[in-house]
Design a binder for this molecule. Structure first.
Ligand SMILES: [Zn+2]
Length: 114
């Protein structure tokens, strides 16, 4: 389980941004997570609750948007959405020369502060 390290990283970035903005409280944090990061949302929420305690982000909601993986075939140009278990082979031409376009994201989209 690597969610606690991720939650701590999110908290660190959040607190840095909040400090820069002169915030006294963090209300919520919106993040985007690709399915290929293998982050489990429940575990991340749990880790977030532990990480945020005793900071100005205590009580702040973590709004997670999960994004599917998307891959493009370099042979025929076909693009398709898939889960973490498929995507190595083009479903259109069955080629293996493919390029991952999305699914490894792990980013903070916005932070709501007071
Ligand atoms: Zn193809």
């Amino acid at each position: 389980m690597h969610e606690s390290g991720i939650a701590e990283g999110i908290l660190k970035s959040t607190l840095e941004a909040a400090a820069e903005a002169g915030a006294v409280k963090v209300n919520s944090v919106d993040i985007t997570v690709g399915v290929l990061t293998e982050v489990m949302e429940d575990a991340l929420q749990f880790a977030w609750e532990a990480a945020r305690a005793a900071s100005i982000a205590d009580g702040a909601a973590l709004n997670v948007t999960m994004v599917d993986a998307r891959t493009r075939c370099l042979d025929c140009g076909h693009e398709w959405v898939h889960d973490r278990y498929s995507g190595a082979k083009c479903p259109s031409c069955e080629g293996y020369l493919v390029s991952l376009l999305a699914g490894r994201e792990l980013r903070i989209d916005s932070i709501d502060i007071d």
